[in-house]
Write a protein that binds this ligand. Structure first.
Ligand code: BGC
Length: 845
C-alpha cells in the first residue's frame, strides 16, 4: 500500500494546488445531494455517486422499481468464516455498483456485537474483532478489486442504536484497541478507500469531531490515506470537525462544511492546509475509482442474472448454521410421496434482509415456500402460518389491490413480480401542488408498493413547490365481512379513507433529531373499519415538503383467521416431516432502534413446541439476523439458523434441507441460554445518554468463558453433514518467542460425504501471571478446508506477536507478556481438539 500511497499523494497534491479558491475547495467538502459528491472541472473531478450499503447496492432511490442484488446480511457472511466466499460477494456488489452507476458503497458495517439487542447487529459481522476484521477485509478487497470504494462504518463504538445521535459511549482504551478499533485498523491497513464516522460520541466527543481517534489515530498513527465522511446528517461542528480529520459532510447540501468551512478558513480558525488535505483525499479517492476525467475509467464485465444468483445461493447456504441434528434427521431422505407440513409466516414472507439503510428492493427474491414446493415436488406439501408475527400491518399492496388509474384499465392487476408468494397488487400514486390541488395531479404513476419513500428525489416535475400533496389510491376486494385494519406512517399530515370515509387522520410525526427513524421500526397509527364483502376504494394522502425526506407507508389487513394455531398443529400431526419457520422481522431488527428482548415475537415458540410435540421429524429454521431465545431448541430434533440470507433464501434452504449442499456455517456469536447471561445485555443509555462499556474487553465468548457460563450454543459452533478428526498439531517458532509462529494441524474427514471444516485457533494467555485481566482465550486465526470423505489435509496458520498481546494503557503500546501461552485448535470455541504450548518473550510492540 505505501508505495501506491506515496505516488498518489504527490500526484494529488499537485492537482489540488492548481489555484483553486478557498471557496472552490470548500465546496468539495460536502455532498451535493443525498447520494452525490460535487464535481470540479478545474481539477478534472467528475461527480461521484455513493450508495448503501452492506447487503447490496440500493442505488440512489428507495423504490421497488429500482432493484439491486440482496446479499446475505453481515452475520450470515461472517457465519461462512470463508474469506474467499465473502470476497466473491464483495465482487458481486462491485458489479452491481457498476451496473447502477455507483462508485462508493457505504459498507461494510464493522461495529461489534456488544449486546445481542443491538438493532443493527445483523449488519455487523461478529462479537469477535478478528473474525470481523478478516471477513471485512475480504469483502473490501473483493469490492475495491473491481474499482468500487468501500466505506467501513461506523467509526467507532456505534454498537447500539438507542439515542444514536446523542449517546456517549464510554469505552476504556483497552476495549477500544483490542475490540472496537481492531476491525477498522485491519481495514485501514488493507487499504479501504473511505470510512464513515459514527453518530455517537466516544468518551465525550462526537465521533465526527474526534481529533484523537480520527486525526491522530486513524490518519496519524495508522497512516491511513483515505477519505473520512460523516454519517448522514452526523457532521456537527464546523471547526471542531474540520481540524479533527473529517473530510466530507454527508449528505449535501452543506450545513457544517462548504461555505461555513470556507469562512472558518478565511477567519483563520481552520488552517488552509487542513482544507487542502481534505481536497487531496477526495482527489485520491476519485483517482482510485476512476472519477478524474484524465484517469482511466474503471470498467468491469457484468455477469448474467443466473450467475449472480448462483453466487448468492451458494453463499446463503454456506452461512446456514446447523445448530443440532438429532439422529441425522437432516438432510431429509426419501421424502418423495410423503407429507411435508410447512409452518410459519417466514416461509411465505421471509426476511431476506434486515431493516434500515441496509434494506433494498430486490428483483424476484425466492421465498422458502416457493423453493420447497419446487425442490420437493414429489412430496405433498402443505402450508399454514401458525400465528401472526409482524406487529406492523402488512403493506397494503399485498391486499391484491388494483390501481385506480392504471393505463391498462382500472380492474387489471399489475404483475410486477414473478415470485408467486410475493405476488402483489399495485396502486395509483398522484402528485399535486398542495396549493392548487384543483388543477389536478402534475404526475401520475402506478406503483407496486404502498411503502413509498423519497430520499431527496420526490418528483416535482421541475416546479418550485413548497408543499406538495401525494395521493395513493387503489381498489381492493374483500371476501370476508368484518374488522379490517388500516395503518399509516410517514411524513406530513396523513389522511386515510376507505370508500371516501375517513378512517385515520394523523399529524406530522417526524422526529427532527433523527429523520431516518421515520422509515424504520413499527411505529404506526392504526384504525379499524367494518367492511362488507365486495370491492372497496382505499386512498391515502399526505401533505409534504418535497425537499425533505418524504415517506408514506400504508398498511392493511383483512380479518384474521383465529384458528391458525390449531390448523398448523393439525397439519403437522398428519405430516411425515414438519418444517417450522420462526424469526424476527425487519421492523424488529432495524436501524435507529434496539430490540428490547431476544424473545421471538408472537406465539412462535408455542407453535414450534406444539409442532415438535406432534411430529417427531420437526426441523426449525430460524430467520433472524441476531440471537433469539432458544429455550425451545432442545425439544426439537433439528435447528437451522438461517440469518437474513438475502434474496436466494428459498433455493439455498432447499439445497441444504435436501442434502444437495451442506450447511456450511459456524456461529459468529455466542447464543446464550437466556438474555441475562449476555454481557452488556441492556443498552438503553437512559436520560443521561451515557453508555458505559463496563465489561471492558469481556464481550461475547470472552465473557462466557471468563465467567464459566454455559451457552446454548457457543461461538464457532456449527454442524455439517459429515465429521472431522484432528490428528496432529505442530508449532514452529523461528523467532525465539519474539516473531511469528506457525501452527500446523492435520484434519481428516471421517464421515461418509464431502464436507467443509472451519479450523479455529484460539490463544490462551499464560496462567496466573497476567498483569491485566485477560479473556481465557481469543480467536487468533482460522481456515476453511473442504475435504472428500476419508481425505485429510494439513492446515497452516500463522500467528503474529500481536496475537499474543494486550493493549498496555501505561505505555500506550501493545505488550506481549513473557510466559507460556497455549494454542488451542478445534471445531468451535468449546470443542477444542488439540493444544500446544508456545513460549513467548516479553516485548512491547
Ligand atoms: C446510517 C448509515 C447509512 C446512511 C445513509 C445513516 O442513517 O447510519 O449507515 O449509510 O444513513 O443511508
Amino acid at each position: 500500500m505505501s508505495r501506491d500511497r506515496d505516488e498518489m499523494t504527490d500526484v494529488d497534491r499537485q492537482q489540488s494546488s492548481t489555484g483553486l479558491s478557498v471557496h472552490q475547495k470548500a465546496r468539495l467538502t460536502a455532498g451535493t445531494g443525498m447520494w452525490s459528491l460535487p464535481d470540479e472541472p478545474d481539477l478534472a473531478l467528475l461527480p461521484i455517486t455513493v450508495s448503501d450499503g452492506p447487503n447490496g447496492v440500493r442505488g440512489s432511490r428507495m423504490d421497488e422499481r429500482f432493484t439491486g442484488y440482496c446479499t446475505p446480511c453481515g452475520t450470515s457472511l461472517a457465519a461462512t468464516w470463508n474469506t474467499a466466499t465473502v470476497g466473491a460477494i464483495g465482487e458481486l456488489v462491485a458489479r452491481d455498483a457498476h451496473r447502477q452507476g455507483v462508485q462508493v458503497v457505504l459498507g461494510p458495517t464493522v461495529n461489534l456485537h456488544r449486546s445481542p439487542l443491538g438493532g443493527r447487529g445483523f449488519e455487523c459481522y461478529s462479537e469477535d474483532p478478528q473474525l470481523t476484521a478478516d471477513i471485512g477485509v475480504a469483502w473490501v478487497r473483493g469490492l475495491q478489486g473491481l474499482g468500487v470504494a468501500a466505506t467501513p462504518k461506523h467509526f467507532v463504538a456505534n454498537d447500539s442504536e438507542t439515542s444514536r445521535r446523542s449517546v456517549n459511549a464510554v469505552v476504556d482504551q483497552r476495549a477500544l484497541r483490542e475490540l472496537y478499533l481492531a476491525p477498522f485498523e485491519a481495514l485501514a491497513e488493507a487499504g479501504a478507500w473511505s470510512m464513515m464516522t459514527a453518530y455517537n460520541k466516544v468518551n465525550g466527543h462526537y465521533a465526527a469531531a474526534h481529533r484523537e481517534l480520527v486525526l491522530e489515530l486513524l490518519k496519524g498513527e495508522w497512516g491511513w490515506d483515505g477519505l473520512v465522511m460523516s454519517d448522514w446528517f452526523g457532521a456537527v461542528e464546523t471547526v471542531a470537525s474540520a481540524v479533527s480529520g473529517l473530510d466530507l459532510e454527508m449528505p449535501g447540501p452543506a450545513r457544517v462544511f462548504g461555505e461555513a468551512l470556507a469562512a472558518a478558513v478565511e477567519a483563520g480558525d481552520v488552517p488552509a492546509d487542513v482544507l487542502d488535505d481534505k481536497v487531496e483525499r477526495l482527489l485520491r479517492l476519485a483517482r482510485r475509482i476512476g472519477r478524474l476525467s484524465d484517469s482511466t475509467p474503471v470498467t468491469v464485465e457484468l455477469r448474467d442474472d443466473q450467475a449472480e444468483r448462483a453466487v448468492l445461493r451458494r453463499t446463503a447456504a454456506e452461512g446456514f448454521v446447523l445448530l443440532r441434528n438429532d439422529q441425522g434427521l437432516l438432510p431429509l431422505a426419501d421424502v418423495d410421496g410423503r407429507k411435508i407440513a410447512v409452518i410459519g409466516t417466514h416461509a411465505q414472507i421471509p426476511c431476506f434482509h434486515g431493516g434500515g439503510s441496509a434494506s433494498l428492493a430486490m428483483n424476484r427474491p425466492v421465498t422458502p415456500l416457493a423453493a420447497l414446493r419446487r425442490r420437493f415436488a414429489d412430496a405433498t406439501l402443505t402450508y399454514e402460518p401458525g400465528c401472526l408475527v409482524r406487529e406492523a400491518l402488512p403493506s397494503a399492496h399485498t391486499l391484491d389491490i388494483r390501481p385506480t388509474h392504471a393505463p391498462e384499465g382500472r380492474s387489471r392487476r399489475v404483475e410486477l413480480t414473478e415470485a408467486p408468494d410475493l405476488q402483489s397488487g399495485a396502486v395509483t400514486v398522484e402528485y399535486f401542488d398542495a396549493d392548487a390541488v384543483d388543477a389536478g395531479p402534475y404526475l401520475r404513476e402506478t406503483r407496486a408498493s404502498t411503502r413509498l419513500t423519497w430520499l431527496g428525489d420526490f418528483p416535482t416535475d421541475g416546479r418550485d413547490l413548497k408543499r406538495a400533496l401525494v395521493r395513493v389510491s387503489g381498489y381492493f376486494t374483500t371476501t370476508v365481512a368484518g374488522h379490517h385494519d388500516f395503518s399509516v406512517r410517514g411524513s406530513g399530515k396523513i389522511t386515510l379513507r376507505v370508500d371516501g370515509d375517513e378512517v385515520l387522520s394523523v399529524p406530522d410525526r417526524i422526529d427532527k433529531s433523527d429523520v431516518f427513524s421515520l422509515l424504520f421500526g413499527n411505529d404506526e397509527d392504526r384504525e379499524g373499519a367494518e367492511l362488507n364483502p365486495g370491492e372497496h376504494l382505499l386512498s391515502a394522502e399526505a401533505q409534504v415538503e418535497p425537499a425533505a425526506l418524504v415517506a408514506l407507508h400504508i398498511g392493511a389487513r383483512p380479518p384474521v383467521n383465529d384458528d391458525m394455531f390449531d390448523r398448523a398443529v393439525r397439519s403437522a400431526a398428519e405430516a411425515d416431516v414438519a418444517l417450522v419457520f420462526v424469526g424476527t422481522t425487519d421492523e424488529i431488527e432495524t436501524e435507529s432502534q434496539d430490540r428490547s428482548t431476544i424473545q421471538l415475537p408472537g406465539r412462535q415458540v408455542d407453535v414450534a413446541r406444539a409442532i415438535a410435540a406432534v411430529c417427531p421429524n420437526t426441523v426449525v429454521v430460524v430467520n433472524a439476523g441476531m440471537p433469539v431465545d432458544l429455550s425451545w431448541a432442545e425439544d426439537v430434533p433439528a435447528v437451522v439458523y438461517a440469518w437474513f440470507p438475502g434474496q436466494e433464501f428459498g433455493d439455498a434452504l432447499a439445497d441444504v434441507l435436501s442434502g444437495d449442499v451442506e450447511p456450511g456455517g459456524r456461529l459468529p456469536m455466542t447464543l446464550a441460554k437466556t438474555g441475562s447471561d449476555y454481557p452488556a445485555y441492556m443498552i438503553d443509555p437512559g436520560p443521561e445518554k451515557q453508555l458505559d462499556y463496563v465489561e471492558s474487553v469481556h464481550i461475547g465468548y470472552r465473557h462466557f468463558d471468563a465467567k464459566g457460563i454455559e451457552p446454548a450454543y457457543c461461538f464457532g459452533h456449527g454442524l455439517g453433514y459429515t465429521d472431522f478428526a484432528y490428528d496432529s498439531i505442530a508449532v514452529t517458532d523461528d523467532g525465539g518467542g519474539s516473531g511469528a509462529v506457525t501452527v500446523r494441524v492435520t484434519v481428516r474427514n471421517v464421515g461418509s460425504r464431502p464436507g467443509k471444516e472451519v479450523v479455529q485457533l484460539y490463544v490462551a494467555p499464560p496462567a496466573g501471571t497476567a498483569a491485566v485481566p485477560r479473556p481465557p482465550q481469543e480467536l487468533a486465526s482460522f481456515a476453511v478446508v473442504e475435504l472428500d470423505a476419508g481425505a485429510e489435509a494439513a492446515v497452516e496458520l500463522t500467528l503474529r506477536p500481536r496475537d499474543f498481546a494486550y493493549w498496555d494503557v501505561d505505555v500506550d503500546r501493545w505488550r506481549q507478556e513473557a510466559g507460556e501461552y497455549t494454542v488451542r485448535v478445534g471445531r468451535s470455541s468449546r470443542d477444542v481438539r488439540l493444544t500446544a504450548p508456545v513460549d513467548r518473550a516479553g516485548q512491547v510492540l
